[in-house]
Ligand binder design. Sequence first.
Ligand SMILES: [Zn+2]
Length: 137
Amino acid sequence: MEYINKTKCYDAIAFAEKKLRKHASRNIRIILSLSKAYDVTGGYTYLNSKDRYSIYAKIPKGKAIYPLGFNWEIATGKRHIDIAYDKDEAAVWVMAHEVWHVFCELKIWKGNYETKANKKGFDWMRQFKKWRKGRRR
Ligand SMILES: [Zn+2]
């Protein structure tokens, strides 16, 4: 795993590294950057036969945009609502979502659907909020 952080979201990257520690040897690059858009966007590219992937995660740049509401369908068929209070929380959400897709393509995780990727985003964001609180004590 390689992390390219074009933001100041050091906590978000540290958390992703912690979550993906046992996959550290994988040939996957996560590029986190800021965008002028008002929502989080992401994607990934399969680069070659050596299971090399690039994951792109973009979060809104503006301060005024946060808190940012997330209201998406999750794997249970229900909608889930949660709020990212800053860029780090949004970054964690979108990284988790895209990591889900790539790890499903690699057959590490099962169920390559948007709703499951969304659920991963909400799971990581919830865990991140707790983890970050604990670190600040
Ligand atoms: Zn998706």
